[in-house]
Design a protein around this ligand. Structure first.
Ligand code: PLP
Length: 345
């Protein structure tokens, strides 16, 4: 059987030989003591690239968001966020369970943004009966909105409303490098209006593990304490951080390739009446199944060695990444032609 083309997520990518060499050769120390020179270097590079004072390296995007929420809030506060966002849908209610905040979801627009009037209306007047609205969380690119890259001007408008009412703004920028490529700007520009930003090394950038939180120095000091509380303090983490430095140096410029591959995949899928794909701005293809069943198509794809994931009722997701070449997309479309062209499910 020909090679499996794994489009379930950009998190499935595996480090190549050069990244592995950088990891093997990394200088390390005990990062909980602040002694790991490679982690320190990664944090300095991340802060500089995101235009923030400081950064802290954490094991995952989920922990990065949780620590950010914990650090911005007090127990009993309320946070505003999109109803389609990752924090609300896919982080096992960690914000509620571990940061002890109430999540107040607002309807996400298809571009990943929020209605400014809805944000304004959701911010509570202070009072002895109500939670303090403390934080607005944004996401860019937006996973459930099909990798949409939210315009910096939209973010600025939302942040201005939040800041005007004394809220902080956190950006879940798990795929901020994809957003920057799509918007033809820098991650710092995207994060400019947000107090803090988290981003993942383990998605489009192709690392095995790791995320960073970037923000003001005092916030990052406190975030470091919260990281320890959650058991996220790692020791000779330079072996992992070296992959991150390698990725920031070598894997950012190639992201438009993933976006072009996603566009070609979506265009190919659109030829079949069974599929209604989005027009991806970045590396995420979300396909509405309009004929046949989600499970039927996922199985048919899997039988041909093309892996996708269910993404809500009647919907599947396919994500391009560093281990999927243009030739693999052509191959995937050939395999899909064999099943979708021959036998609608
Ligand atoms: C937008 C977004 N935020 C956060 C995360 C969490 O990252 P991790 O899987 O590293 O916990 C993901 C993971 O897919 C994501 O898509």
């Amino acid at each position: 059987m020909s090679a499996v083309i794994d489009l379930r997520s950009d998190t499935v990518s595996k480090p190549g030989p050069e990244m592995r060499r950088a990891m093997a050769e990394a200088e390390v120390g005990d990062d909980v003591f602040g002694d790991d020179p490679t982690v320190n270097r990664l944090e300095a590079i991340a802060a500089e690239r995101l235009g923030k004072e400081a950064a802290v390296y954490v094991p995952s995007g989920t922990m990065a968001n949780l620590i950010s929420v914990m650090t911005h809030t007090r127990p009993g506060d309320e946070i505003l966020l999109g109803d389609q966002c990752h924090i609300f849908n896919y982080e096992v209610a960690g914000a509620a369970r571990l940061a002890n905040v109430q999540t107040h979801p607002l309807v996400n627009r298809p571009d990943g943004g929020l209605d400014p009037a809805a944000v304004r209306a959701a911010i509570r007047e202070p009072g002895s009966h109500v939670p303090r609205t403390a934080l607005l969380c944004l996401e860019n690119t937006h996973n459930r909105c099909g990798g949409a890259a939210l315009a910096v001007s939209e973010m600025a408008a939302l942040a201005a409303i939040a800041h005007g009412q004394g809220l902080a703004v956190h950006l879940d920028g798990a795929r901020i490098w994809n957003a920057a490529a799509a918007l033809e700007t820098t991650p710092a520009e995207i994060a400019r209006n947000c107090d803090t930003v988290s981003f993942c090394l383990s998605k489009g950038l192709g690392c095995p593990v790791g995320s960073l939180i970037c923000g003001p120095r005092g916030f990052i000091d406190e975030a470091r304490r919260n990281r320890k509380t959650l058991g996220g303090g790692m020791r000779q983490a330079g072996i992992l951080a070296a992959a991150g430095i390698h990725a920031l140096e070598h894997n950012v410029a190639r992201l438009p390739e993933d976006h072009a591959n996603a566009g070609r995949l979506a265009d190919g899928l659109r030829q079949y009446p069974a599929f209604r794909p989005n027009r991806p701005q970045t590396n995420i293809v979300v396909v509405d199944i309009v004929e046949g069943s989600q499970e039927g198509w996922l199985k048919a794809f899997r039988d041909e060695g093309v892996l996708a994931v269910p993404f809500g009722p009647g919907r599947i997701r396919m994500v391009t990444h560093i281990n999927v070449t243009g030739a693999a997309i052509t191959d995937a479309l050939g395999r899909i032609e064999r099943i979708a062209g021959a036998r609608p499910q």
